[in-house]
Design a binder for this molecule. Structure first.
Ligand code: ARG
Ligand code: ASP
Length: 720
């Protein structure tokens, strides 16, 4: 009760002061937020956050591998990100003999750092509002497709021009507010990025999927890499002669620790939020999409678990896949609960009713916005059944690894059987496929996939309305009489794709004859038949509706911004660089429960004494350090801090983002959100939304005392 009153008072205050509790802000527009940040305790200036004339915090932060964030922590290109962000690289270097997942990896010299083909990081050189440029030649009367092609032309031309400004420059132009605005992001991309260190999974993924998305948390979720450049400090492909990159800026690390209510800044690359979606979309999400996708993943995960528990090779092969599948699965569960608890559908309706009422105030408004809500409703009604098919296509059909693999032969087969093919394009596509196939087979287990195949076909057959079933599926159901597993076994025993040696032989001298082996394959056939009926019955209508919705949202969001002219809006996350700020602080997840804002090593030991939780087994050496209280300079009140939570608005992609204190020092590495927060991509609630960060002092403790890699600390700038 008391909390409710305080919250009500606080929200009233927030409204008066314009203090935002949510928001992922564009660095270039930091001027709009800086006063408030300074009032909250931030000591730096707008130019310290983002500047094109001097080095600023943005120069110490990179987008890591497309889906995560990382920050520079030394003048010699050393960066820190999450363990789960470096996971696939750590896994790729691992085998039963060199099991870096289980044992950790620490390069004791620069020579021992491990290159990672395919991994890139990008720095933001600058950003620009290019709305006017991008919309040049676009008129309101234009057909949407003409508008899109005009936009693409403008963007292509602009990108080409700015990419010529520097080596490794990559331009990205992204719509904001559904295309009401456009921004250019110019990046400098580096591709020689080497693995420097990673703790064992028993630290880096301590708590595993049991604790994932949950507080209290004790995961030492970090790994370290180093960026290499050519002798001129410019991006260059991997070469033994490359040297450590010298960043314009790296973050000093604070050993001073955190207190409740301390100001925090999180700066990184949030992936995707959908704050503006209507009540209809939320209904579809929580009543249809999430429940179905969750069920399909339940099935897949239990198959993975079953095999991983019995076999170490499979455990390593499927570790990364398991983590990926489990991660979204668990998030969807939390998100659904959170949106229901918030009564998100009703809240959205309330806003929509307000909007409709506002739109009826003048003929001009009525004319522009009057039809929006009924149109949304009509389109979502039509979209909902189609969207189920799309979900099953992604989460059932392509969840079968061999079907997904076979689908990748499409282009090569098409080229191979062409009478006059483009030989160069053919060779490129073929070589790409060979590389892909090598990686695929390294982590592929046929027994696992046979079971997945059986379960997914069965689910598709049972859940999808008859009108959307490919014909072969019904026939198979008849012929196997419900014994999908036996059928799957037969399919795999006859498939070329199940035999890697044959696949490579056929690929090696691929011509129109051998291509027909692939084409006639039964697994390829499964892919082709699902795909054909999807193309026939779903695809074009689905995309037409999505395009129409996109236009509606452009109008709707533009209208909301007019209706609430005093509100400070932020564009949805779209993998572009953003900052967000808040404070260190706990919360009350449910009646009678209070979460404090930090965890310690004590909690790791506590969890480890719970019987039978394989995710809670810390390394012996860590227990040893704990028992001897051998904490060195990292001791705080007789233990070591491990993680903390704050009120920062984050999402997927913010993993690895620096958590920065009022003075611009690194205090933590963001890695997750609390279970009660997972609806924040759709609706943020300051009472429940907390980001989870690794306390940087725990990382230093692990590097120094646990791993004996203290030499790495010498290159960091540590503030005491
Ligand atoms: N939930 C976090 C994020 O979305 C961490 C996921 C990695 N950990 C795991 N146990 N799967 O990315
Ligand atoms: N764990 C997420 C990530 O990998 C962060 C989040 O969703 O809060 O980006």
């Amino acid at each position: 009760m008391r909390r409710i009153i305080i919250t009500a008072l606080l929200s009233a205050l927030f409204v008066f002061n314009g203090i935002a509790d949510e928001g992922m802000w564009l660095p270039m527009l930091v001027g709009k937020n800086i006063k408030e940040m300074q009032r909250m305790g931030f000591k730096l200036t707008a130019d310290d956050i983002y500047s094109v004339n001097q080095s600023s915090l943005k120069d110490a932060i990179v987008q890591f591998g497309g889906g995560c964030t990382a920050e520079l922590i030394s003048a010699e290109g050393l960066l820190i990100t999450n363990h789960h962000c470096g996971f696939s690289q750590i896994q790729a270097h691992s085998s039963v003999d060199h099991d870096y997942l289980t044992n950790g990896f620490w390069a004791m010299s620069r020579q021992e750092e491990l290159p990672n083909p395919g991994l890139t990081v990008r720095f933001l050189v600058r950003m620009e509002d290019v709305t006017a440029l991008v919309l040049t030649g676009v008129t309101p009367e234009m057909k949407e497709s003409d508008r899109q092609s005009k936009l693409s032309d403008n963007i292509r031309e602009l990108s080409k021009k700015v990419e010529a400004e520097g080596v490794g420059y990559k331009a990205v132009v992204r719509p904001m507010y559904y295309g009401n605005e456009y921004y250019l992001f110019l990046y400098e991309e580096f591709s020689d990025v080497r693995l420097v260190g990673a703790p064992p999974v028993s630290i880096g993924k301590f708590g595993g999927d049991t604790d994932n998305w949950v507080w209290p948390r004790h995961t030492g979720d970090f790994s370290m890499f180093r960026i290499y450049a050519d002798k001129d400090n410019k991006p260059a492909p991997y070469s033994a002669s490359n040297v450590p990159y010298k960043p314009k800026k790296h973050l000093p690390i604070s050993m001073k620790g955190i207190q409740e209510d301390d100001f925090t800044l999180v700066y990184g690359f949030p992936g995707r939020t959908q704050q503006f979606i209507t009540s209809h979309a939320v209904e579809m999400l929580i009543n249809q999409s999430n429940p179905h996708k969750i069920n399909l993943r339940n099935t897949r995960l239990s198959i993975f678990n079953h095999y991983s528990e019995a076999n170490d090779t499979i455990r390593i092969q499927y570790a990364s896949k398991h983590a990926r599948v489990a991660n979204a699965w668990k998030k969807w569960i939390g998100e659904t609960i959170g949106l229901r608890r918030l009564d998100a559908v009703a809240k959205k309706r309330e806003l929509e009713n307000m909007f409709t009422a506002w739109a009826s105030k003048s003929p001009e408004l009525q004319n522009k916005y009057g039809d929006l809500m009924p149109t949304f409703k009509r389109l979502y009604n039509e979209l909902t059944p189609l969207s189920l098919i799309v979900d099953y296509r992604n989460e059932a059909v392509y969840a079968v690894e061999l079907v997904d693999f076979a689908s990748r032969f499409d282009r090569v087969i098409a080229e191979a059987v062409k009478p006059n093919r483009d030989n160069e394009a053919f060779e490129i596509a073929k070589n790409k496929l060979v590389t892909y196939a090598r990686r695929f087979y390294k982590d592929f287990n046929i027994n696992v996939d046979v079971e997945v195949f059986a379960a997914m076909l069965k689910a598709y057959h049972e859940q999808i309305p008859a009108g959307y079933q490919p014909e072969f599926l019904g026939n198979l159901h008849q012929s196997c009489q419900g014994n999908w597993l036996q059928l799957a076994g037969e399919f795999y025993s006859q498939s070329v794709f199940a035999d890697s040696v044959r696949v490579f032989t056929l690929l090696n001298d691929l011509d129109s004859t051998s291509a027909r082996h692939f084409q006639a394959d039964n697994i390829y056939g499964v892919y082709a038949q699902f795909e054909n009926q999807y193309i026939d019955k779903v695809e074009s209508r689905y995309y037409q509706i999505s395009d129409s919705l996109n236009i509606l949202y452009r109008t709707y969001v533009g209208g909301l911004m007019r209706m609430q002219a005093d509100k400070r809006f932020f564009p949805d996350a779209n993998s572009t660089m953003r900052f967000t700020y808040g404070r260190v602080g706990g919360f009350e997840p449910k009646d009678g429960v209070v979460y404090s804002h930090y965890t310690t090593l004590d909690g790791i030991i506590e969890k480890s004494t719970q019987a039978n939780v394989p995710d809670y087994v810390p390394p012996v050496k860590l227990i040893d350090l704990y028992q001897k209280k051998d904490f060195g300079q990292y001791a705080v009140n007789g233990t070591v801090p491990v993680a903390f939570i704050g009120t920062n608005h984050t999402t997927g992609g913010n993993s690895g983002s620096p958590v920065i204190d009022a003075n611009g020092n690194l205090i933590g590495v963001n890695f997750d959100r609390c279970w009660e927060s997972t609806m924040s991509d759709v609706m943020f609630d300051p009472n429940y939304c907390r980001n989870i960060a690794l306390d940087i002092r725990y990382a230093l403790f692990v590097i120094d005392k646990f791993a004996g890699a203290g030499h790495l600390l010498n290159e960091m700038s540590i503030v005491r």
